[in-house]
Every structure is written in structure tokens, then in C-alpha cells.
Design a protein around this ligand. Structure first.
Ligand code: FRU
Length: 520
């Protein structure tokens, strides 16, 4: 009922503005729209995507010598998954990216699956010199012949190093550094330096649990412990683990956080990332607390955090897709993008620890104000009409105990809605009519929900809209929905309603500049 009302309001608004917007769009000739660099239909304007072809997980996130490296699962021949390479890009600020040549190619040990990278500053591996730290990549080899032959030993762990800040790579002649006899899913090593006992620690997944390994030189590894067979979500295979320490905000207490992606088995379907908060003593990880999810949207998977950040921050990048439909989304030149980089922080409320993740500060440099209002009382619908809302962010503070409905829509009758419903304690995203959805039944799916604490406190709602994604952050990243959308024309209407006559404060609508330079 509410929906019909909303849509009829929008239709009236749309019709009255239609002529205007059509006149404007027609001034751009069709061939310019389709041939300009990073201007294809659905091309993200401020998210990382490869210039062309297939991409999945972020890999080897490491900072060194002024640059953040982003390696990624890449198949340079097609826009579907295939023999995996590590693609490569670098950035000074995690906002603007420069593409680099492919870093790692499949070899006789197999495809190059996901993994991490470290700066071996003490030259423990001997690949560099004390004056010239090697960058070492630790990844999974996937031997397709082994898989096809029905064996269970086809995933092993290998390493490679670079002495020129990631530009050229040499694979280690002693690969694999961790072999495999019979673990079918044995992959995605995340390695970090554990200062207390001066050693490298690796988190590696093995089907339904994480195995921890230790090493003094990145070449010889011993099994330390296992975690997770009986805890956490188990609706699918565990992938892409990440273990890191964080200080609880506002205190001196430190805890360890373990991220584990799982596919399928996420609460809203398909791929998702669960996390555990607990203790790690250099050998064993334990957690007393039930697992939680980093994002309740459908498109944030296989994400991990940076090693060696200059500011000590824990910064995360996820792959903005879901294996339920990743290979059939309606793009033609490239396929899929990364999330906006997010800083991860740890919080405690009562006895409960939880993480928040929120766009890195540098992302704000893309924003320029379109309009702002100190206070908006929603005794009637608040409506904004713009030619293209798919390159904007919407931010406001609102009392979490008030009901809010936010709808983005276009003149093609396509809309995405976000609801905060304190009565059912549910946040909801409905993308069933958000644009193209029929490329895979599971894409539209059900309405996504997440339970939340409808406390009577003012919290920020921030909605970041790109050409084919909407990221919603509530309470500075405590509750997040990251979703792809494929509207056939940009959303042009923003409507915010409240049955509870909520007041929005500090409302801002910002334009977000494209990060892709059309002269490249
Ligand atoms: C996660 C994943 C990883 C694997 C990689 C292969 O999306 O399945 O477990 O290493 O993708 O491309």
C-alpha cells in the first residue's frame, strides 16, 4: 500500500520533470557515451574495476613506499571466471587507482588463486637484502588437471617476491611451500607478522575451518592450530580468512578479529563474510562470542584488510559481487568492482564486541555539495529530483527509533528502497524492481533484512550510489548493505518518508566525482 502511494507520488514528480531531463541527456552523442574510457553503461565511476574482463577477490593488499597495492583475481581473456592471474593496481590514497601490468601468471603448479602480500622488512626469506626489503606474495596454486582428475590434492600454497615495489615478480623455486594430500578446499593464505614471537602467521581455510601456520622465513611452515569446525556459519565452503588485532574504541583493551568468507550460506543468500571476535596467543584463536556478519547486503565478498598501513589503520576492500550471479551480471567490457575501501574499527556495547566499517577519510575528497539542510521534518515526503543520482551520496542523521523509508527511482519505474523499521527491529533493502534483475533468479531474491538495535540515538545514514551499486552505512558502518543494482537509466528521484514524522538533521546531498581520467 505504502509502496503504491510512494510510486504514484514519484510518477507525478517524474512526469513534471521529464521533458527537462530528456533534453539534457540527448546532448551527449551515443558514440561518445559508449566509447569514452570508463563511460560504458553500468561502469562504476568511483569504485575500482579492471579496464576490461573478469575480476573477483582482492588479493595481496599491502602498503609500501607511498603506495597501496591492490592485486586481484583476474582472467584477462573473458568476462567470466577462468585461469586465474593476479591483476594489479596502485594508489596513493585508495581513491584514485593506476592500472599496472598483470603481476602473477598461472604456471605449471596451477592457476594463481587468492592470497596476501607482506613486506619482509627483516629479509627473513632471504629474497632481498637488509637494505632492500622484498615484497612477498603468498597465494594458492590451483591445479586444474588435479581437480579434473577427481583428486583432492590440487590446491597448494606458493610464494613469489618482488624487489621493485610490485612491478616484477619471481616465483620461488621451492614452491609449493605448503603441499596437500587430501584437503579439497585448501586456500587463500593471509599472512601477517606476529611481533610477540617474531614469526609469520598464516590463516588458511580448509573447507569448514581455518588452519593457522607459523614460519620464520615464509618458506617453511608448521601447523599451529585449527579453528571453527564447530562454530560459526557452515552453509558453504570457508574462504578468504583474515586475522588481525584491534583496540576497542574508547579503551585500551585489545581483541583479535577473524574474518571468514563463506559461499554459499550468507544470511541473505549466496556469498557473505562472517567474523569472530576473540583472543589469539600466537598459536591458537578462541572466541566466546557468536559469529556476526560484516555486511548484510548481497555484494560484499572475499574482502580482506591491508598489511603494513602507514597510519596503523585496518583498511578493508571487498569484492562487490556474489557467486550466486557474479558471472552473468549485465556488463560487457568488464565484470565486477571492488567496494569503497573501508576502515574497520572495534566497539563494545555491554558484553558484545562488534566491528564497524566505514569509507576511508580520503573518499570524502570526491564529494562536493549539491544541497544541504540543517533540519528536515518528515511530516510530508521529502523529495529531490536530479538528472543522475547514481554518482552521489546522501547523508543525514536520524533518530534510530523512528521509521524511515528511502526510495531511489527513475522514470522507467525502477526503484530501490531502504527501510528502517523500529517496530520489527529490521533494516530492509528491496532491490526486486531496482533495474535489470532477470539475468539470474537469485539476483532479485527476497527483501534483505538485518535486525538492529533501534536505540533512541541519532545515527548517521549514508548512502553511496554509483552507476551499478548502492552502499548503505547506518551508524557509521555498524549496519551495512552493499548491493549491486543495474537500473536501465540512472535513478533520478530520491524520496524519504517517515510514518513517525522523523526529523533528519545535517542532511547533505553530494556529487561524487569520477576517479577515472577520460584522457587515459
Ligand atoms: C573466493 C574464491 C577463493 C579462491 C578464488 C578463486 O571468491 O573462491 O576461495 O581463491 O575465489 O578465484
Amino acid at each position: 500500500m505504502l509502496y503504491r502511494l510512494l510510486l504514484s507520488v514519484l510518477l507525478v514528480v517524474s512526469l513534471s520533470c521529464k521533458q527537462n531531463s530528456e533534453e539534457k541527456t540527448e546532448t551527449i552523442p551515443e558514440e561518445v557515451k559508449t566509447t569514452t574510457y570508463y563511460q560504458e553503461k553500468f561502469r562504476p565511476q568511483f569504485h575500482f574495476s579492471p579496464p576490461e574482463k573478469w575480476m573477483n577477490d582482492p588479493n595481496g593488499l599491502v602498503y609500501n613506499d607511498g603506495v597501496y597495492h591492490l592485486f586481484y583475481q583476474y582472467y584477462p581473456e573473458d568476462i567470466v571466471w577462468g585461469p586465474m592471474h593476479w591483476g594489479h593496481a596502485v594508489s596513493k590514497d585508495m581513491v584514485y587507482w593506476e592500472h599496472k601490468p598483470i603481476a602473477l601468471y598461472p604456471d605449471e603448479l596451477g592457476y594463481i588463486f587468492s592470497g596476501s602480500a607482506v613486506m619482509d622488512d627483516k629479509n627473513t626469506s632471504g629474497f632481498g637484502t637488509p637494505a632492500e626489503s622484498p615484497m612477498v606474495a603468498i597465494y594458492t596454486y590451483h591445479l586444474m588437471e588435479g581437480e579434473k582428475a577427481g583428486r583432492n590434492d590440487f590446491q597448494t600454497q606458493g610464494i613469489a617476491y618482488s624487489l621493485d615495489n610490485g612491478d616484477s615478480w619471481t616465483t620461488y623455486e621451492g614452491n609449493p611451500v605448503i603441499g596437500n594430500k587430501d584437503i579439497r578446499d585448501f586456500r587463500d593464505p593471509k599472512v601477517f607478522w606476529y611481533e610477540e614471537s617474531s614469526k609469520w602467521v598464516m590463516a588458511l581455510v580448509a573447507g569448514d575451518h581455518v588452519k593457522f601456520y607459523g614460519s620464520h622465513n615464509l618458506k617453511d611452515w608448521e601447523l599451529l592450530s585449527e579453528f571453527g569446525r564447530d562454530v560459526g556459519a557452515h552453509g558453504g565452503v570457508w574462504e578468504c580468512p583474515d586475522l588481525f588485532k584491534l583496540k576497542v574504541e574508547g579503551s585500551e583493551e585489545e581483541k583479535w578479529v577473524l574474518y571468514v568468507s563463506i559461499n554459499p550460506g550468507a544470511p541473505n543468500g549466496g556469498s557473505g563474510t562472517q567474523y569472530f571476535v576473540g583472543e589469539f596467543d600466537g598459536t591458537t584463536f578462541t572466541s566466546e562470542q557468536e559469529h556476526q556478519w560484516i555486511d548484510l547486503g548481497r555484494d560484499n565478498y572475499a574482502g580482506v584488510t591491508y598489511n603494513n598501513t602507514p597510519d596503523g589503520k585496518r583498511t578493508f576492500i571487498g569484492w562487490m559481487s556474489n557467486w550466486d550471479y557474479a558471472q552473468v551480471t549485465p556488463t560487457e567490457v568488464w565484470r565486477s568492482a571492488m567496494t569503497v575501501p573501508r576502515d574497520v574499527t572495534l566497539h563494545k556495547e555491554g558484553e558484545q564486541y562488534f566491528v564497524k566499517s566505514y569509507p576511508v577519510e580520503a573518499f570524502n575528497s570526491l564529494a562536493s555539495e549539491i544541497s544541504s539542510e540543517t533540519s528536515i521534518t518528515l511530516d510530508e515526503a521529502f523529495i529531490v529530483r536530479r538528472e543522475n543520482l547514481n554518482s552521489t551520496e546522501i547523508r543525514f542523521d536520524v533518530n534510530l527509533s523512528k521509521r524511515i523509508d528511502l526510495v531511489l527511482s527513475n522514470d522507467n519505474d525502477e526503484s530501490l528502497s531502504f527501510t528502517m523499521d523500529p517496530e520489527s527491529k529490521a533494516l530492509k533493502v528491496d532491490r526486486r524492481g531496482s533495474g535489470l534483475t532477470d539475468f539470474e533468479d537469485r539476483f532479485a531474491g527476497d527483501i534483505q533484512t538485518q535486525s538492529y538495535i533501534p536505540a533512541t540515538k541519532n545515527a548517521e545514514v549514508r548512502v553511496i550510489c554509483d552507476a551499478s551499486s548502492i552502499e548503505i552505512f547506518v551508524d557509521k558502518g555498524r549496519y551495512i548493505f552493499t548491493n549491486q543494482v543495474f537500473p536501465q537509466s540512472p535513478y533520478t528521484n530520491l524520496l524519504i518518508l517517515s510514518d513517525d514524522e522523523a526529523t533528519l538533521s545535517n542532511f547533505q546531498l553530494n556529487q561524487l566525482t569520477s576517479i577515472w581520467n577520460s584522457n587515459e
